[in-house]
Write a protein that binds this ligand. Structure first.
Ligand code: ZN
Length: 319
């Protein structure tokens, strides 16, 4: 799970000094002042606004103006946080002639200590506000589609959405070593099971595509050659669930399941994922129904033994 980090005002002031953004602004302000010009600053909603207050406290000149909209006159953008950097890139591309400078308190792309953390700013805490930053995003999305988040039916929706997300994406809680423990193999009672093809067919799964966060579902079928180790059958379903409960693409889901089995169970593994329905494909965009995307991940003896592969496919009813 993403770790929540509460940043203090002192830390943010330290950041703006350390990352050079305050110096950059003051340099521009003093330069402009010597030419009797005004620097236009645009604070990106919403976090850029409190961030601007913090910056402005240390400005060395008063020849600046905060403008309410992004246009050709803007010289500096201030924001609290750069996550992926996409928003800033988008703005820069829209105004290529502005020579825009960007000042941010935290840039996750370059400040490694904030990487993969959930940042809570001082202005996101306090009465009625504490821990609410993730709820806020759901509320904003409801507003984005034209809904009224304060009508009765939607009041509890943000909380419910976050709860559902916790469940849908619980796969992030499992580390590689958790998976290793989960796949602890039995050798007891499996002594005779050598060079035998073991198959678990049609394990159903539900996952979410990482491009649209839209649900996709299907089944996973696993075949492996036992080399004296076997695995409880329920483990295959659990393993599938761990990887499916993350943002995925079908190809990677298939290969991650296979890879974990190769590392912990047997070198000879074949995984097929099919009978899939991708809701992002059927409910939007191309609106294609009835397609079946098939992915497979093939390892060890399955790779060059066509007869073995054919036997596996026929036993799972795919031939
Ligand atoms: Zn998608």
């Amino acid at each position: 799970m993403t770790k929540k980090v509460y940043v203090t005002t002192e830390e943010l002031i330290d950041n703006m000094n350390r990352n050079g953004s305050l110096d950059m602004i003051n340099h521009m302000l003093l330069n402009a002042a010597s030419r009797n010009e005004t620097v236009n600053i645009y604070a990106v909603p919403r976090g850029g606004i409190p961030a601007s207050y913090l910056y402005a406290k240390y400005f060395k000149s008063v020849n600046y103006k905060f403008v309410d909209k992004m246009d050709e006159t803007v010289d500096i953008i201030i924001d609290d946080l750069i996550d992926s950097g996409n928003t800033i890139e988008l703005i820069k591309n829209m105004y290529p002639d502005n020579n825009l400078e960007v000042a941010v308190l935290i840039n996750k792309q370059t400040d490694v200590k904030y990487k993969n953390k959930w940042i809570v700013f001082p202005w996101e805490k306090g009465i009625g506000c504490e821990e609410s930053s993730a709820d806020d995003i759901v509320i904003r999305m409801l507003e984005y589609i034209g809904e009224n988040p304060s009508r009765e039916g939607l009041l509890e929706t943000p909380k419910r959405v976050l709860k559902a997300w916790d469940e849908w994406f619980e796969g992030y809680k499992y580390s590689d070593s958790d998976i290793k423990k989960m796949l602890k193999v039995f050798e007891d009672g499996a002594e005779g099971v050598r060079n035998e093809l073991v198959i678990v067919a049609d394990i159903p799964f539900t996952s979410f595509c990482e491009h649209h966060i839209a649900m996709f579902e299907g089944v996973v079928s696993i075949g492996y050659i036992s080399n004296g180790k076997i695995l409880g059958l329920s483990k295959f379903a659990r393993l599938t669930k761990v990887f499916a409960s993350r943002l995925q693409v079908q190809e990677r889901l298939t290969s991650q399941i296979a890879q974990a089995l190769v590392e912990n169970l047997s070198e000879d593994v074949m995984v097929v994922c099919d009978k899939t329905t991708h809701s992002c494909m059927c409910s939007r965009g191309a609106r294609t129904y009835g397609t079946n995307t098939i992915t497979s991940s093939i390892h060890g003896r399955f790779k060059d033994n066509m007869a073995l592969r054919a036997e596996f496919l026929s036993l799972i009813g795919r031939k």
